[in-house]
Write a protein that binds this ligand. Structure first.
Ligand SMILES: [Zn+2]
Ligand SMILES: [Zn+2]
Length: 204
């Protein structure tokens, strides 16, 4: 463990084919010499900003250390509030190789998504045109649920991980924290990642 000035650099990008249209996202996480790449796609119609939020949520959710985060994106969407109030420092647009790489990852994921949509479904139609086979949205909702002091946000009030955390607190004699609903962008600005238990359906 080294000094207090370490931070994790997170580069995120989101792209769509048309707007709305299928989307792809990419993220590069960098901490000292460690690098990790994440990517994903959304076959149903979405928007580039949604993909960017998804990338940020996935990246923050993948972090295992409670260190400050410097977040770089190709568009400013997380807002100014993040700069003052939280663990995530909004740095703004990126112009270095890891930012370019995040965009590449997003584009690759989108290409793969479009390939799937153009493929023939079992009804011998182009998948995106088949009423039965065309994908339905799995992008993050506009609002998510959080607890004070929690490191992740939840989509499901009955989440097993959430209730497990509460039980742990109560066993130690503590009080369970309230569950509140806040805008997804605010949750990300606070540095909260997606809960791996109840956000799994969202392909993070
Ligand atoms: Zn079909
Ligand atoms: Zn959860």
């Amino acid at each position: 463990m080294s000094g207090g000035h370490r931070a994790i650099d997170v580069f995120v990008a989101g792209v769509c084919e048309g707007e709305p249209g299928p989307g792809g996202w990419g993220a590069v996480l960098r901490y000292g010499k460690h690098r990790r790449e994440l990517q994903g796609s959304e076959l149903a119609s979405t928007a580039p900003n949604r993909m960017l939020l998804t990338a940020a949520a996935a990246a923050l959710g993948a972090l295992t250390r409670p260190l400050p985060v410097r977040l770089y994106a190709d568009r400013a969407i997380l807002g100014r509030a993040a700069v003052e109030s939280s663990r995530v420092v909004w740095v703004g647009t990126h112009d270095e190789p890891d930012g370019t790489r995040a965009t590449e990852l997003a584009r690759d994921a989108l290409r793969e998504a479009v390939r799937k949509l153009e493929a023939r479904c079992l009804h011998d139609l182009v998948t995106r045109q088949c009423w039965q086979c065309r994908p339905t949205s799995t992008t993050l909702p506009n609002r998510v649920k959080v607890t004070s002091g929690g490191l992740v946000f939840h989509l499901d009030e009955g989440c097993a991980a959430l209730h497990g955390g509460w039980r742990k607190v109560e066993r130690r004699g503590g009080l369970r924290s309230d569950l509140t609903t806040i805008p997804t962008a605010d949750a990300l600005a606070k540095g909260l990642g997606a809960c791996e238990s109840c956000c799994r359906g969202f392909k993070l």
